[in-house]
Write a protein of this length. Structure first.
Length: 646
């Protein structure tokens, strides 16, 4: 690159985010150091993995370490590592565009915080802007980095004022150094250049980091007796100690997953999880396992307490880190955990794995498949054994992604369906399981009824459910888009078929055939007027109070599925639906009377359109011509009011 300094402007939304960070205060400022140490640890992890394939990349520098250098006079703090470093493209990608897709989400979340002066650690961790927490304590941040295998170094500098500069720099060794020009310390605030402040922060938050976190400290050391200057009586003259600088390691570097689970405190679990996940919330639960036998491996898994903002984004990573004999192999290990458990964070250490293992080998590795099978089994056990309140909290965050597995994992479909929860027409807003639903079924009820849509309140009041409610049959209210795929795959539970409340015949009440015959001519007429919109007009087996509704054949897409497909831009063949009319409703009876009196009455076509539009609205659909519907309703109201007035 050109050796001259280049200035770049942050994007508008990134500057907004920086302003929030820089101008916001919270009581846990010290967390910035944990974030920078974690980034250094990640950089060394990546280098160690690369060195398995390219051992020469290490050169003479094979002792990994993270070094902290405070300067109380200059009021600076340096954090450096001899990890993989960054190229110019990587600096621009990783530092120049912070948080990527999370930036807008972060700002939106901040807007919801009542007190705008409080930037919670949870927000920083959730949206992946840990590096920029440095600006809470620093007026200026300088990053000097040299990529492994490169002979050029770069310097990135920003004062958080809307821009940053990049230029070539001098750096003799690979890795990254971050220099913080600290803000003036307010009264009673921590001094981040103080040795014991730094020691305490590292001990509390980063004691388990796998690499030495070192710092040069000044100590009094006794001068050897033979080197002391003594008087005539042999007594020392002057000081008997001297000031020496020693490099001390601040962390224990204990691999927490290798310890006995009974020896690990909740606090240790919390800090290790935060280090591993960059999530500043404590985990909801953990699972610590050691498997012994023909093959041995350890696993320490964590269930987050909050879903990350990017959970459903394509670039979202799996949370499992794979190690071999405590040597990092890879993060984002998709081979160890199914897609529907990708939110799980943790470590798997498998000593029998090949250190040079690639993703292609992993896919075929018998040990990896065995580990995956055991992890999945243990996670199912964990969720099934959770106390009700804790599980409900978990399900509110991750239920949607769990249900993806019902569609994609045939082998574990039953176990996943056991974990699913839904509101129902009788659950009073609470979530219930399929098992609870089946236990509550009426003696004469043979099927599990459900209805899909995007709004629970609308579903609860859907006209499709009127007869089911009259029979006191419970209906599952499925309001997640993924539920459409759930019901395609989960056709039965505990031997009871799942049946849509809006498709096919419900067969819960016999229709009066004699009365039905009386309406045959009218229904045929209405169908002829709605030929382009409906495939059939018939007497409803669903309606009790409403005048009309739309239903589909058992194999048709539901109205909600049609809506999802259209929203995603997919072209779908237009499927005509069935218009069901309530033969007991006064409006239908009145239209029948008008039809029998004067089949050529022009109002009959308008009434046919109104019956159809009313059915569309009742299921939350959009009208093709809402202004016409509005005018027709207005005209009918006017006629009714005039009639009453007369």
């Amino acid at each position: 690159m050109d050796s001259k300094k280049k200035t770049h402007q942050f994007k508008t939304e990134i500057q907004q985010l920086l302003n929030l960070i820089i101008n916001s205060l919270y009581s846990n400022k010290e967390i910035f150091l944990r974030e920078l140490i974690s980034n250094s640890s990640d950089a060394i992890d990546r280098l160690r993995f690369k060195a398995q394939i390219e051992p020469d990349i290490l050169g003479d520098d094979s002792e990994y370490k993270i070094k902290i250098k405070p300067d109380g006079i200059k009021k600076t703090l340096e954090i450096s590592d001899n990890g993989i470093g960054m190229t110019e493209d990587e600096v621009m990608e990783n530092i120049g565009t912070i948080a990527k897709s999370g930036t807008a989400a972060f700002i939106e979340a901040m807007e919801k915080v009542k007190d705008k002066t409080i930037l919670t650690p949870e927000l920083i961790g959730q949206f992946g802007v840990g590096f920029y927490s440095s600006f809470i304590v620093a007026d200026k941040v300088t990053l000097i980095t040299r990529a492994a295998g490169s002979d050029k170094a770069l310097k990135w500098t920003s004062m958080g004022d809307g821009s940053y500069t990049i230029e070539e720099a001098a750096k003799d060794t690979r890795g990254t150094t971050i220099i913080l020009d600290l803000k003036k310390k307010e009264k009673d605030e921590q001094d981040f250049t103080d040795e014991w402040t730094i020691r305490n922060i590292v001990k509390q938050h980063s004691d388990f980091v796998a690499y030495p976190i070192v710092m040069d400290v000044e100590r009094d050391e006794s001068i050897p007796d033979k080197e002391l200057i003594k008087d005539k009586d042999g007594k020392p003259i002057g000081e008997t100690t001297e000031k020496v600088i020693k490099e001390e390691t601040l962390n224990s570097m204990k691999a927490i997953w290798a310890k006995d689970k009974n020896d690990i405190t909740d606090k240790e679990h919390e800090e290790f999880y935060k280090h591993l996940s960059h999530d500043w919330n404590a985990p909801l639960a953990n699972l610590h396992m050691k498997f012994e036998g023909t093959t041995e491996y350890s696993a320490l898994l964590y269930v987050p307490s909050q879903a990350p903002f990017d959970l459903f984004m394509p670039e979202s990573k799996h949370g499992i880190h794979l190690y071999c004999k405590r040597v990092f192999i890879m993060d984002d290990c998709k081979e160890l955990i199914p897609e529907y458990f990708r939110f799980i964070k943790g470590v798997v250490d498998a000593p029998d794995l090949n250190l040079n293992v690639s993703r292609e080998i992993l896919q075929q590795d018998r040990l990896v498949r065995n580990i995956r099978r055991n992890l999945v089994k243990k996670l199912f056990d964990l969720f099934n054994d959770m106390e009700k309140e804790k599980y409900e909290k978990f399900y509110q965050e991750f239920g949607q992604i769990l249900k993806i597995g019902i569609h994609t994992d045939h082998e574990n479909r039953k176990k996943l369906s056991d974990l699913a929860r839904y509101q129902t027409t009788k659950s009073d807003g609470k979530l219930i399981s399929f098992k609870e639903y089946v236990d509550n079924m009426k003696p004469d009820q043979k099927e599990i009824y459900f209805i899909t849509g995007d709004n629970v309140t609308a579903l609860l009041n859907s006209p499709h459910l009127e007869k089911l409610k009259e029979k006191d049959f419970e209906v599952l209210l499925m309001a997640d888009p993924v539920d459409e795929w759930v019901v395609q795959s989960l056709t039965e539970y505990d031997g009871k078929p799942l049946k849509s409340a809006e498709k096919g015949d419900l067969d819960i009440d016999k229709i009066d055939e004699k009365k039905k015959d009386e309406f045959t001519a009218l229904f045929g007429f209405i169908k002829s007027k709605l030929e382009e919109k409906v495939k059939e007009v018939k007497a409803s087996s669903r309606l009790k109070d409403s005048v009309s509704c739309l239903s589909g054949e058992a194999h048709d897409n539901s109205a909600y599925m049609e809506k999802i497909l259209k929203a995603s831009g997919q072209k779908t063949p237009k499927i005509k639906r069935v218009l069901e009319l309530n033969m007991e409703h006064p409006v239908v009876i009145a239209i029948k009377g008008l039809f029998e009196k004067d089949r050529d009455n022009k109002a009959l076509k308008d009434y046919s359109e109104l019956l159809f539009d009313t059915a569309v609205i009742s299921e939350g659909g959009k009208l093709e011509n809402p202004s016409r519907f509005s005018k027709m309703i207005g005209d009918l109201m006017a006629e009714s009011i005039i009639s009453v007035s007369d």
